[in-house]
Design a protein around this ligand. Structure first.
Ligand SMILES: *Cc1c(COP(=O)(O)O)cnc(C)c1O
Length: 427
């Protein structure tokens, strides 16, 4: 029979070298990647192309809320894709409306806009702030030193770290940075042009630093007094990672005056879709109607498919009480890390964080790392990877644990044991 379609390309052997070569030739080298080619996963385990198994305590950087290859996510993807994947935001669809209602119910009275990533969610908050201050000529947003808000042009201007800005100047105007957890500094920095303050409830990329209750309550009062919007970036610390839906709910738990706390805007992404790209921002009434028809939009935001997946993830978290798991098992891991800090002060200096957002700060000048120029965090992560555990560096001296919310106690114990083994070998 005559060929009516061209012959398929030769099968590429999906091994380590050939994948590396494809990247070297064809993929923009914007990431410093680890030396690892992954092929599949199951729960909190990942497998590389050589068949080696890794315990994943990085969770795809706080994304894989139900771990890898979760049947409920697969089921939601299959079921919804048989009905409807995309129609555009020219029309109404039920999943988007239902997901918005679920988010509003968990945060507070307001409304939700859907997009596709964390940076995009923050862009929406920046636009809201500009719109809010426009009539008075106010446009400036204060953000924190060591913050991270994404890689778009406004995102890098908002981010309080020079390394993301370098080479991309001039920065977009309208952002200034203030020390984190320093209320007096925020007050002193306010200018006639200031319109909003944006912070992470727990700084992630900056090294896992939670806001103090006093800071959150103080910023709320300050923003009310000066007619500023209080915006929070919950992209990494949100979605039950700290044990509550949003980090401020955990930080202010039991704090007098904390029960009524709400920001004016809140961005979400990462864990929301469990690996399927979906971002969102929530706006408190009355700001929730500021972005009227024609002012903001995105083609893919809130597709029925993305929203069906996000809805399914919320129902699994609820049914399996994974918020409690993050709180209690995360607390247990933190205690173990604190024990390492006590036992091996020459290697680890501090353990911090909430729930399943944990940071382990390495000591300065670890002799075993002196021979190489690589930052200590990178050397630590590489050695742990060789031992079969994946974690994520934050800055030069902190490693982050951002595991799936359904991490099992036995898996946590395995991770701790491997980390302790490594710490001990470095002591
Ligand atoms: C990851 C992250 C972002 C950016 O999200 P993307 O989906 O990568 O655009 C923004 N803010 C915080 C706090 C993050 O951790």
């Amino acid at each position: 029979m005559k060929e009516i379609v061209p012959a398929p390309p030769a099968i590429v052997r999906n091994d380590y070298e050939s994948v590396r070569e494809l990247f070297a030739k064809n993929v923009v080298p914007s990431y410093g990647r680890f030396d690892l080619v992954l092929s599949h996963g199951a729960g909190s385990y990942l497998f590389d192309v050589t068949g080696k198994r890794y315990l994943d305590l990085g969770g795809g950087i706080a994304v894989c809320s139900l771990g890898h290859a979760h049947p409920a996510i697969t089921g939601a993807l299959v079921e919804q894709s048989r009905k409807l994947i995309h129609v555009s935001n020219l029309y109404f669809t039920e999943p988007q409306g239902r997901l918005a209602a679920e988010l509003v119910q968990r945060i507070g009275p307001g409304k939700v806009f859907f997009c596709n990533s964390g940076a995009e969610a923050n862009e929406g908050l920046f636009k809201l702030a500009r719109k809010f201050g426009h009539a008075e000529g106010r446009f400036e947003i204060l953000t924190a030193h060591h913050s991270f808000h994404g890689r778009t042009l406004a995102g890098i201007a908002a981010t309080g770290q020079d390394k993301v800005k370098k080479g991309f100047e001039p920065m977009m105007p309208g952002f200034r940075h203030v020390p984190y957890n320093d209320l007096a500094a925020a007050r002193a920095a306010i200018s006639p042009a200031t319109v909003a303050i944006l912070i992470e409830g727990v700084q992630g990329e900056g090294g896992v630093t939670p806001a103090t209750p006093e800071y959150l309550l103080g910023l709320r009062a300050l923003c009310d007094e000066k007619k500023l919007l209080l915006l929070m970036d919950g992209v990494q610390c949100g979605h039950y990672r700290t044990g509550k839906f949003q980090s401020f709910q955990r930080i202010l738990e039991g704090v007098p005056g904390g029960e009524n706390f709400l920001p004016d805007g809140l961005s979400m992404a990462k864990s929301l879709g469990g690996g399927f790209p979906v971002g969102a921002f929530w706006l408190r009434a009355p700001y929730s109607d500021l972005l009227g028809p024609g002012t903001h939009g995105t083609t893919f935001g809130g597709t029925p498919l993305a929203c069906a997946v996000a809805l399914k993830i919320l129902s699994v978290i609820e049914a399996e009480k994974l918020d409690e798991n993050a709180r209690t098992l995360g607390g247990g891991i933190k205690n173990e890390l604190a024990r390492l800090v006590e036992t091996y002060p020459g290697v680890v200096k501090n353990a911090r964080g909430l729930g399943f957002m944990l940071g382990l700060e390495l000591a300065e000048n670890i002799p075993a790392f002196a021979a190489r120029e690589q930052p200590a965090a990178l050397q630590f992560v590489n050695r742990l990877q060789a031992a079969g555990v994946l974690v994520i560096p934050a800055g030069t001296r902190v490693i982050r644990l951002l595991p799936a919310l359904n991490l099992q106690p036995s898996e946590a114990a395995e991770g701790i044991a491997k980390i302790e083994e490594l710490v001990k070998s470095l002591a």
